[in-house]
Write a protein that binds this ligand. Structure first.
Ligand code: ATP
Length: 709
């Protein structure tokens, strides 16, 4: 771990959400931002970094406002150290992820230290990965670039040809002996042809580029989604789903827009700026000299105001996203909101965020209006100034009226191109940082590979499982040992139940058997084979059936949900599994039968119905081993009875591991093991354990007492 120590930063609102803003002083990168929390006016502070080899040695930190609700403040008596834990916050430099922040702490002198997790790599923009996505689209991309370049070159000719046209008109006014139409038609038709050709080239490159952009983005989305699905469960413990989804959507969208814009506009703007400047110089070196002085100042001022407005716009967008997140959370958990009668509070929260976003957008609108007004004045003044100076040159015969026309149009083209280059630069930085965030997960290798190379035994399995000397800590909590030299054998076709205190590690045992995690020490054997050597898709897909306390169904039909256990199953197999799971009766009672839509996460079904569909889903693959993680503990007595009946049928002839909370459901198990402090302290049948009068009898006594309360 390295630390960034920020000195003399003061916290203006202790106890309220905290946001650190910082700006690097006199260094290449210009901004740091701790992107977490809300903003409110705060104070400034000076800081220095103590990371060895850090390229940044000095930074300004601005503390603003307050720590999100998810951040925990562990102590804050007055005058004593304040400690804010920000969780997985990130520090970004110039919009790019710099590092992940483990926590942030402030002492009584308001010195703040950020602890940065060095294990989380700072993503880099990897050009070779981009190349892999661009390669299949290379022909279209090169064609688009050629067309865009052609369109830009034609654009440079337009001012000159307009000038020719004006000169023809001026000549006609001086000498009307020839027909006007004869005089004008040649240059006019040439210009019309140029307009049409340029229009065709422009449409062509936009079509090609948008095809390239869309295909690159679609490939990235598919590859990123595949990469995320490949990651092990520990990865999802450490990363928030929302952030992952954001990379799939917003980051790829941002990258795609930047990619298209930078290639099309960038190329066009640079070509046009250079070409038109050359034309300006050829037309009138004197007027060009004047333009060279005035134009960059105006474009510079415009870029400055533009960047301020973009910042305002980004903040306003973030605020809209915050308001959306409040609504999203409330609507997603609408049952809980209603159950606690919190509609009014949610409405207030939403209204607060919406009002803030409204205010910000109003400010942004006013800023844009002022900016547009000022730019109109400036642009018109440039035109006026050019005509004034050009008129003087015309009167002294140094320039023709057509040249003045060409000059005006070419200088406007230069203005537009310069302005778009300044916007493009910001867009490029944003695109690169979005791309880097996407690429970070594309190359991530899971510690437990999903498939590839693992063995699939030829012989049919007996279903014997041995946990041998297992020690385990969760990767996100390495200091907390959940299992400690744990040993257990699940004999073939027998039912073993594990009981113990809440948090004792019962579900962890099931997770290890499913290989959601690998033990820190020890080995799990299936029929004498180390499960780490077996093909994981085969192990999870065909050998182990898993039913847990809160079955999660997908928002599709009952048929599809059961078939999730074995995608190639026929309708008859689905129905047979449903019958075994005691589910056929209630399913056929629905008007749409097996085609009944279960709603998001199965909300339209009762707990017992969901559980029976989950049992059918597990049974359809005919697993040798069945893991039941408190499968009936969330049900009422009647539902429990039907589900238990289904389970009794389902467990026949299989090796079964039951993780039990309610001890009444496991009395018939062949073996009951009591787990405490990460290993088994008692094992035997129900009667044997009762006779021993140890921990199991204690648990039974306590549970009975609780039930009688
Ligand atoms: N994904 C995780 N990351 C970090 N720690 C975890 C994770 N899941 C569980 N734990 C911790 O591991 C310990 C064992 O949890 P486990 O869920 O195995 O207990 P349990 O015996 O099944 O509890 P219960 O009966 O309450 O379900 C607990 O201290 C828990 O906080």
């Amino acid at each position: 771990m390295f630390q960034l120590l920020c000195c003399r930063a003061s916290i203006t609102a202790p106890g309220r959400p905290l946001l650190l803003y910082s700006r690097i002083n006199k260094t290449a990168a210009d901004k740091w931002k701790l992107s977490r929390g809300f903003k409110s006016p705060g104070s400034k502070g000076y800081s220095s970094s103590q990371q060895p080899g850090n390229t940044v040695s000095r930074a300004w930190f601005f503390t603003k406002g307050a720590v999100r609700q998810s951040a925990t403040r562990t102590s804050k008596p007055p005058g004593v150290a304040l400690r804010f834990i920000l969780g997985p916050a990130v520090l970004t430099v110039s919009g790019r992820l710099f590092c992940h922040v483990a926590y942030c702490e402030a002492d009584e002198n308001n010195n703040i230290s950020l602890e940065v997790d060095p294990k989380t790599p700072v993503p880099d923009f990897k050009w070779h990965i981009l190349w892999e996505f661009v390669k299949p689209q290379l022909l279209a991309l090169v064609s688009a670039v050629v067309l865009a370049f052609g369109a830009a070159i034609l654009n440079i000719h337009i001012p000159l040809m307009l000038g020719d046209l004006v000169n023809v008109v001026a000549r006609f006014l001086r000498d009307q002996s020839r027909s006007y139409v004869q005089e004008i038609q040649g240059p006019a038709l040439k210009l019309l042809g140029l307009y049409i050709f340029q229009g065709l080239l422009t449409s062509g490159y936009i079509i090609l580029l948008s095809r390239v952009g869309e295909r690159v983005a679609a490939d990235m989305r598919k590859t990123l989604f595949a990469s995320l699905l490949r990651q092990d469960v520990a990865f999802f413990d450490a990363n928030k789903t929302g952030q992952l989804v954001n990379r799939l959507t917003a980051d790829i969208q941002e990258f795609k827009s930047s990619f298209k814009l930078v290639i099309s506009q960038g190329l066009r703007s640079i070509t046009q700026t250079v070409g038109c400047f050359f034309s300006l110089y050829v037309i009138s070196p004197k007027l060009t000299g004047l333009t060279v002085v005035v134009l960059p100042c105006l474009v510079g001022a415009g870029a400055l105001i533009g960047s301020f407005l973009r910042k305002l716009s980004r903040l306003a967008q973030e605020q809209v996203a915050k308001a959306t997140a409040v609504a999203d959370e409330a609507l997603g958990n609408v049952r809980t909101v209603k159950a606690f009668a919190m509609e009014e509070r949610e409405l207030q929260l939403y209204a607060y965020e919406v009002d803030k976003s409204c205010e910000m957008n109003e400010n942004l609108g006013a800023g844009i209006a002022v900016f547009q007004g000022l730019s109109n004045i400036a642009l018109n003044c440039i035109v006026l100034g050019t005509i004034f100076a050009g008129g003087t040159l015309i009167s002294s015969n140094e320039m023709s009226p057509g040249d003045l026309m060409s000059f005006l149009v070419a200088s406007q083209t230069v203005q537009r191109s310069l302005a778009s280059i300044s916007i493009l630069f910001g867009q490029m930085v944003r695109g690169i940082s979005s791309g880097a965030r996407v690429f970070e997960y594309l190359t991530l290798k899971p510690t437990i590979p999903n498939s590839g190379g693992g063995r699939i035994p030829y012989h049919s399995l007996t279903g014997r499982v041995d946990f041998m000397n297992i020690s385990f800590s969760y990767p996100t909590r390495p200091g907390h040992q959940v299992l400690n030299k744990f040993n257990l054998t699940l004999p073939p076709s027998k039912t073993v139940a594990i009981v113990g205190e809440s948090g004792g590690g019962k579900s962890t045992i099931a997770s290890l058997l499913e290989r959601f995690y690998d033990p820190t020490n020890g080995v799990i054997m299936l029929d004498g084979l180390d499960i780490r050597t077996l093909d994981l898709s085969w192990l999870r897909g065909q050998v182990i059936g898993f039913i847990n306390q809160e079955p999660v169904l997908f928002g599709s039909s009952i048929m599809e949900n059961i078939r999730f256990g074995m995608p190639e199953a026929t309708d008859a197999e689905v129905i047979s599994a449903a019958k075994q799971a005691n589910a056929h009766g209630f399913i056929t009672a629905f008007p749409d039968g097996y085609n009944t839509f279960v709603g998001e996460r199965g909300v339209t079904l009762s707990g017992g119905q969901k559980q029976r569909i989950a049992i059918a889903r597990a049974l359809i693959k005919n697993p040798s081993i069945l893991v039941l993680d408190e499968a009936t503990s969330a049900l009422d007595a009647e539902s429990e009875r039907v589900v238990q009946e289904a389970l009794d049928r389902a467990t026949r002839g299989r090796t079964v591991l039951i993780i039990a909370h309610r001890l009444s459901t496991i009395q018939a198990a062949d073996l009951i093991c009591v787990i405490s402090n990460g290993h088994i302290v008692e094992a035997g049948t129900h009667l044997e354990l009762l006779g021993r009068g140890g921990l199991y009898s204690d648990l039974i006594r306590r549970q009975r007492a609780e039930e009688q309360k």
